[in-house]
Design a protein around this ligand. Sequence first.
Ligand code: 13P
Length: 252
Amino acid sequence: MNLMLRRPLIAGNWKMYKTVSEAVNTARELVGYAASASVDIMIAPPFTALASVAEIVSGTPVALGAQNLHWKDEGAYTGEISPVMLTDAGCQYVIIGHSERRQFFGETDDTVNAKIRAALAHKLIPVFCVGETEMQRESRETFSVLDKQMVKGLEGVPFNSESHLVVAYEPVWAIGTGKTATTDQIQEVHAFLRSLIDKRLDNPLAKSVRILYGGSVKPENASEIMNMPDVDGALVGGASLSAATFDRIIHF
Ligand code: 13P
């Protein structure tokens, strides 16, 4: 981890868990723990809880993120949420292209690309997720799959000095399975992603892009993962749902 250039980010993706009151209670507890943390912290509650959690985390070290967005500002798109609505609700980050959205909700590299552009245009920080399936890893396609996701996802994305980007490497086979990638596997992929970013963004911005690892991160393995040279943080699912457990990760 390069602390000079990139302050670590530990992000909690709450997925489709927590009612509004549960989310508020967890956020309140987490704010207490977060005061002494030396990393950036983000939580992404479900849409229904964003506005209420925003009130709890506002002015604290905990930033708010959403789990998805639509690329248009508004329109007749039943069931969708726009970047304007997310910033209005208090979001600073938005998770884009999570493998569960790619797998179950028809997310493609093209929609991911449109969403990254929309997020940046609205000054939301995209947490751009990439990752290979178990079958792709077994057939040695990991790097070609990641290359395609990265190239297509970032195609034509206008970056400037104000843009911020976070990339999250989440091997699909390690999500919610208890199977964590080995630190060697993680470092190998992160170094590859960093070289792709350096090629794509040949300016100082490339050095500021944080690359998070996600997939069965828990208190027991957080410090080992976070200490890898090209790991700048973690995207945590299950272990972020309890503030006490997440606290042990943010204080890795
Ligand atoms: P788990 O930490 O539950 O494996 O989930 C990882 C993830 O998908 C975070 O976005």
